[in-house]
Design a protein around this ligand. Sequence first.
Ligand code: AMP
Ligand code: MN
Ligand code: MN
Ligand code: MN
Length: 277
Amino acid sequence: MNIDLHCHSHFSDGQLAPDELLQRAYSNGVRCLSITDHDTLGAYQSGPLFVPSDMTLIPGIEMSAEWAGRNIHIVGLDVNPDDIALLSAVDSQQQVRIERAEQIARRLQKLGAGDLGPRARELANGASIGRPHFAHALVEAGVVRNVKEAFRKYLGTGKPGDVRNLWPSLATATNWINAAGGIAVLAHPGKYKLTRTKLNLLLDEFTAAGGRAMEVISGSQTDDETRKLAGIAAERQLLASCGSDFHRPDMQWSDLGRFPPLPASCEPVWAQWNINA
Ligand code: AMP
Ligand code: MN
Ligand code: MN
Ligand code: MN
């Protein structure tokens, strides 16, 4: 079975509505899907989604957190989307996003990009506002040629749009997920550009806080990377997850369900839900 446990809808920085995302996943052969929007459960609150009878939808979220001055993402899988404490955590994350957007707008304006705040908010259209909305606004304004350049010059790690000291700790985000009955998964461990020593420290803290899984496959990555991450998961007895991190059809990243299977040595996170791949 094709399983994709990480993707985004238009409730955060994805392009498709949840039902469009679901349909596209189904057409691509995905039979177990989690929509994991950044710091919002909007996809699960927008009324009933049509889920084909041979497909399972696992409620999920991708929480923003900070560790050692870095932006780290924790995916919560199988969370209760009606959990009051989780919903209040989501509210506070949304507040951070709104304040952060104001700071990003001010910083970009100081650099001569004009006031992109209103356009970024318009592009977000009530969704979880984030750096990708500013990236698109920068492209539209002709400041950069494409989204990649926007991140490289203005929004990526260490650039002006990378506002620090806003997100909750790794432990806080992990606790929110656990308290809502979910499984906390360290998202795309390869994307943080950490040394092996730093990644070990991060995983030490994550597991101490109650983190139980890590993504062994995130979108398209080298076989070498997959082997390395599968080894770390096994060593630490962490459950393994996989997902496309799909955002939009026109992006170069993986499409829904389009990535190789987890190595056989992995203990898949979905064994918890009695799903067999
Ligand atoms: P935020 O959640 O506002 O911190 O923005 C992070 C999001 O920006 C990620 O989830 C990606 O969707 C996107 N992103 C990060 N780096 C890049 C990049 N280099 N190119 C395009 N999109 C990126
Ligand atoms: Mn994103
Ligand atoms: Mn992420
Ligand atoms: Mn993601």
